[in-house]
Design a protein around this ligand. Sequence first.
Ligand SMILES: [Ca+2]
Ligand SMILES: [Ca+2]
Ligand SMILES: [Ca+2]
Ligand SMILES: [Ca+2]
Length: 270
Amino acid sequence: SFPAWLCFTPGLHVIFPEELSLGSVVGNIIIINSLSKMVQEDVESGTVIALISIRDMDAGRNGEVNVHIPHGLPFRLISPFEEHYTLVTDGPLDREAVSEYTIIVTATDFGSPPRSAQQFFVITLSDVNDNAPLFSQSSYSVDIAENNGPGALILTVSAFDQDLGQNAHLSFTILESEVQGSPVSSFVYINSENGNLYAVRALDYEQMNVFWVQVQVRDAGTPVQSSNVTVHVFVIDENDHSPALIYPAPERMWAFNCKALVVTSQASTE
Ligand SMILES: [Ca+2]
Ligand SMILES: [Ca+2]
Ligand SMILES: [Ca+2]
Ligand SMILES: [Ca+2]
């Protein structure tokens, strides 16, 4: 059983290996000679995490030990020579799936009754920028009534990044493109921090009833990861024009077999 001070306390793992002081002996026979308590999530399979040696003072079968760690972990023990063990990674790690492991090393001798000792330590995975930020929707569409005030909020895009810290610190930009021959930036701008998309100018349904904007989200990792999304902006008509009378061109007059037009024309020229 564990000495009282060795009981696993979640959250204490950061200072625990220090308190242990590497090389100390626990339960008489398991010695942690070195330990990487922080491991990058992208280390190759086979990376050395800890060097462990086992001592049993007894002779013969009473001094022979079997050493193991629990099954199902992406780690394994290899024994380059007697009484010495190396804990290595065994397969890919992913901080986004499991961010830390508590590894219990058990050494059991072949005596009768067998005596055993346990030592545990916590390995924390450090983040690598291996996830691109993702928008919460695969595309956006929004209606905005024409004659909006400049600076009107059109919509807010949002994105999420599974990584940590700078690797998940997001900023939004609009990708340069043209809308009716003008740069898209003369129509809309975006708050890089919160994803709010604003109109730069009043929109006019009679000039343009739809346009689209490509928004990019980037994290601040190295290398940077990014994603794009399309925002379709539909300009909604308002009744901002009075009816206008249309005079057919004289050369087309023959096409209209309609006296009413002539009557209207005469009436309006009065
Ligand atoms: Ca990962
Ligand atoms: Ca990551
Ligand atoms: Ca990221
Ligand atoms: Ca209108």
